[in-house]
Design a protein around this ligand. Structure first.
Ligand code: HEC
Ligand code: HEC
Ligand code: HEC
Ligand code: HEC
Length: 163
């Protein structure tokens, strides 16, 4: 009466082997702390927390550089945090005497936000830097922390001479 079940037994055996193989592979491959808190490696939290901090945050910069804060307050760059331009400076903030921020290349830094692009909101100040600056560094004319040029009439003739 059981003579026709051989194919079923074989199928069951294949499935059992597949299940055992899956369970073994899973135990080998899935990291131990996976699922400790959620659908990720629990150990990842400690690993990320142990990485050195790169950004100090603008509050820290402002405590020492009061003069720059005063300049920034007078213009629209008041909304731009220090490290958006100066880069990550936690090491400088910890030890200003021995770690100095690198000098910035304004042609690169300013263009990163202000290069004209039709995808940017119309109201955002933007220029075609090649035409606008003619190869000059932006901070020849603009004070980076207070970028508006208050007297364009007086500035333009002087800069035309430079070109
Ligand atoms: C503990 C005080 C302190 C903190 C905090 C601090 N600085 Fe400074 N910073 C200084 C001093 C002092 C100098 C001048 C160093 C020198 O001339 O030797 C300086 C110089 C600089 C310079 C000019 C470097 C040059 O070329 O002369 C920049 C840019 C600068 N800091 C940016 C920052 C930024 C951005 C932050 C925040 C991440 C920051 N600083 C946090 C004290 C500080
Ligand atoms: C929009 C970009 C931008 C922002 C935002 C910015 N800086 Fe600067 N900063 C510059 C540029 C450009 C220079 C001139 C080139 C250089 O020294 O690397 C400069 C120069 C400096 C200097 C050298 C001395 C001086 O006053 O010119 C210090 C110090 C400084 N920045 C600190 C700061 C601090 C602190 C903040 C935040 C409160 C800040 N900066 C925010 C772009 C910026
Ligand atoms: C991280 C992005 C960022 C960088 C980098 C940056 N800016 Fe700006 N800039 C802004 C923002 C945001 C505003 C304010 C826009 C607004 O209020 O509509 C602004 C405004 C300006 C204005 C208009 C000021 C006014 O009062 O109308 C000028 C000019 C300007 N920036 C020049 C520069 C120069 C020069 C540099 C390089 C030293 C620079 N920006 C770097 C974000 C940036
Ligand atoms: C030869 C002098 C000069 C140089 C160099 C220069 N600018 Fe200007 N820029 C001006 C003048 C003048 C204005 C008009 C007055 C103003 O709006 O502040 C202006 C205006 C701007 C504006 C405001 C545009 C708007 O629609 O409100 C931005 C943004 C700007 N410049 C960015 C830059 C950037 C980025 C660089 C470097 C690649 C640069 N500028 C180099 C003189 C200069």
């Amino acid at each position: 009466m059981f003579k026709d079940i051989e194919h079923l037994v074989r199928l069951a055996a294949v499935m059992a082997i597949a299940l055992i193989a899956f369970a073994t592979m899973r135990a080998l491959v899935v990291p131990r702390s996976f699922g400790e808190y959620g659908h990720y490696r629990g150990d990842a939290i400690a690993e990320i927390a142990a990485r050195p901090v790169a950004f100090a945050g603008h509050d820290v910069c402002e405590a020492c550089h009061i003069d720059v804060v005063e300049q920034k307050k007078q213009g629209k760059h008041v909304v731009v945090p220090c490290e958006a331009c100066h880069g990550a400076q936690a090491k400088h903030a910890d030890d200003p005497a021995s770690v100095k921020p690198a000098k910035l290349d304004t042609a690169v830094v300013c263009a990163r936000c202000h290069e004209a692009n039709s995808a940017k909101p119309k109201g955002f100040p933007q220029v075609a830097t090649a035409d606008h600056a003619g190869g000059l560094a932006c901070d020849i004319c603009h004070q980076p922390h207070r970028p508006k040029i208050e007297t364009p009439a007086a500035t333009k003739p002087a800069t035309e001479g430079k070109k």
